[in-house]
Design a protein around this ligand. Structure first.
Ligand code: GRF
Length: 204
């Protein structure tokens, strides 16, 4: 990793994970900087957060392209324009495709609101609650072609309360998720990391 590696962050929603990264990056000793924020939709709080922080933004909507492959290539081109060292998917609700992974595989991480390999997909908090687990959490992983299957960088555990709803559980997960994301991305930036099969080691 170069000094102060360049992060491109992709979002689809409220962007609280992005905000945690933006806040951390405000201190140069954190070791990384957010050089751009991209989204797959307009008018989301995630993009507004980037704008307020003075970070350039871009949007690539699947519906604006004739195929998913063309969208994936356009997204990869937009990301590449900012020359990232690390791409962070922070609540980005689309699967990136083959072209994206050819270009950014091994240096794209995603955060998932469940303890992988349990409860992959769009509804991690709901699925954990319905299953009746007593602990769940969040997982940061190196993105591969599967759905939330990549090699695990870090995990954070939270308890499930008897009176939780999907919303209260997801909020508790997100609090832990933001701390884990900031801590792990900072360490990846400052110390480097290696991926050996499914084993990720921080500290190059
Ligand atoms: C996070 O829990 C993320 O893991 C999930 O959606 C949430 C995004 O939250 N996929 P935010 O947009 O960062 O507030």
């Amino acid at each position: 990793m170069p000094a102060r590696p360049r992060l491109v962050v992709l979002v689809s929603g409220s962007g609280t994970n992005l905000q945690a990264l933006l806040d951390a990056c405000a201190d140069p000793s954190y070791g990384a900087r957010v050089v751009a924020v991209g989204a797959d939709r307009d008018d989301i709080e995630g993009l507004a957060r980037a704008e307020r922080a003075g970070v350039p933004t871009f949007v690539a909507k699947v519906g604006d392209f004739s195929s998913r492959e063309n969208w994936d290539r356009a997204l990869a081109d937009k990301v590449a324009a900012f020359e990232p060292d690390l791409v962070v998917l922070a609540g980005f609700m689309k699967l990136v495709g083959e072209t994206f992974l050819e270009r950014f595989g091994g240096r794209t991480v995603n955060t998932h609101p469940a303890l992988s390999p349990s409860f992959p997909g769009m509804h991690g908090p709901r699925d954990a609650l319905e299953y009746g687990v007593k602990v769940t959490g969040a997982t940061l992983f190196v993105v591969d072609a599967g759905v939330d299957t990549g090699a695990i960088v870090a995990q954070a555990v939270v308890p499930v309360a008897d009176d939780d709803t999907v919303e209260t559980l997801h909020e508790r997960i997100k609090t832990a998720e933001r701390a884990m994301l900031v801590e792990s991305v900072g360490r990846m930036a400052r110390e480097g990391f290696t991926v050996d099969g499914r084993r990720v080691r921080l500290g190059g």
